[in-house]
Design a protein around this ligand. Structure first.
Ligand code: PMP
Ligand code: GLU
Length: 395
């Protein structure tokens, strides 16, 4: 019997988590799978953060936390936003949640009415569209091309806005493409958004620090847009704290109050130990985590060199995050080892089965021509995986 609600029946499973699960399952059978699917740093959480957490346990932080986060943490977040982003916020404009994922879920629930439209510049992170649809709203995709560096243009954005447009979600550095929008890109996009005061801007900056050169810029830095931009960030990626579950939003006080109200009914405040550790993480100089960014950059270059040796693959060099998003569409309509390859899912499953390499189909991110490879793993694993893929593709 299946008596599920229509909205849950229509809800797709998270493709990133589904592929990671599949890889884990195969691994548990004793088969060696290289997991390039999930976007998760392979580093341990830095010792200075672990020490703060241990201290919090010893100091008996164990009760329910304020729904929007400890005041000291929200102050630390304001300090971080001032220090790194030149953005001014007060603690009542901040809500701390169980991951940036929950921040985005709260914000969309706070803003969307049935029938509203959310613009998603492609490629976009999987959960944006699923959460939009769960709110009975429509995800409107704005396509990008590999030859424009996986960026959308200001003109495309302009053409996509309708009276029903409620929000647009930008994610720079981008998951899955690694693309970083420059200040100039965002100023041009900002010109369009200035003309449409009904459109809220969600700026997912979770990969802010994983950036290899193009200076980070936020649409919230544009004074005319500050009042309707909601910045989302978190600790998962930059501090290697995916399992600790902490994200935060900063934005207009009425949106923060709504997120707090929603969260108060769903989950309450996030974990007390994680929050205490987060204060230490955010107050520390960013230089303390640069060693991880340097390692990711080295791996990006290494993985790119290996992939470039496969002539049918079209690639760009991303400036941030820890993903490569090669265009593999030249294989569509062909058979490899007798297996028909007609789309990105066929290719992802083919790699998993025949090369024992887990990736994520580009279609999950709104780009049917590409495949996402996470290089947040050792060079040895990267080499083994890409060589196995190359061998398969040359057969
Ligand atoms: N946004 C993007 C673009 C992501 O890649 C992720 C992946 N974890 C998240 C948000 C959510 O991060 P978390 O919930 O771990 O903070
Ligand atoms: N954001 C990561 C990814 O895209 C983690 C998985 C998830 O939260 O969806 O792989």
């Amino acid at each position: 019997m299946n008596d599920l609600s229509q909205k849950v029946i229509n809800l797709p499973e998270s493709a990133t988590l589904a592929m990671a699960n599949k890889a884990r399952e195969i691994k548990s059978k004793g088969i060696d799978v290289i997991n390039l699917s999930i976007g998760e740093p392979d580093f341990n959480t830095p010792d200075f953060i672990k020490r703060a957490a241990i201290q919090a346990i010893q100091q008996d932080y164990n009760g329910y936390t304020p729904v929007d986060g400890y005041l000291e943490l929200r102050q630390a977040i304001c300090h971080k936003l001032q220090r790194d982003n030149q953005l001014e916020y007060e603690p009542h404009q901040i809500v701390v949640s169980t991951g940036a994922k929950q921040c985005i879920a709260n914000i969309l629930m706070a803003l969307l009415d049935p029938g509203d439209q959310v613009l998603l510049p492609c490629p976009y992170w999987v959960s944006y569209s699923a959460m939009t649809v769960l709110n009975q709203s429509n995800a409107i995709l704005i396509p990008s091309r590999i030859d424009s560096g996986y960026k959308i243009s200001a003109e495309q954005l302009k053409q996509s806005i309708t009276p029903k447009t409620k929000a647009v979600i930008f994610n720079s550095p981008n998951n899955p493409s690694g693309t970083v929008y420059s200040k100039e890109d965002f100023l041009a996009i900002g010109q369009v958004l200035r003309e449409h005061p009904q459109v809220y801007i969600i700026s997912d900056e979770i990969y802010e620090h994983i950036n290899y050169g193009v200076p980070h810029y936020s649409l919230a830095n544009i004074p005319e847009l500050y009042e309707r931009t909601i910045v989302v960030n978190g600790l998962s990626k930059a501090f290697a704290m995916t399992g600790w579950r902490l994200g935060y939003m900063a934005g207009p006080d009425w949106i923060a109050a709504a997120c707090k109200k929603i969260q108060g009914q769903f989950t309450s405040g996030t974990n007390c130990i994680t929050q205490r550790a987060a204060i230490t993480a955010l107050m520390h100089p960013v230089a303390e985590i640069q060693y991880m960014v340097n390692a990711f950059k080295k791996r990006r270059d290494f993985a790119l060199e290996l992939l470039k040796a496969i002539p049918q693959i079209n690639l760009i060099k991303p400036d941030g995050a820890f993903y490569l998003f090669p265009d593999i569409s030249s294989f569509y309509g062909t058979k490899i080892k007798g297996v028909p390859i007609n789309n990105s899912m066929d290719m992802a499953l083919f790699f998993l089965e025949h090369a024992k390499v887990a990736t994520v189909a580009g279609s999950a991110f709104g780009d049917k021509n590409a495949l996402r490879l996470s290089y947040a793993t050792s060079e040895q694993q990267i080499e083994k995986a890409i060589k196995a893929i190359a061998k398969l593709l040359s057969s």
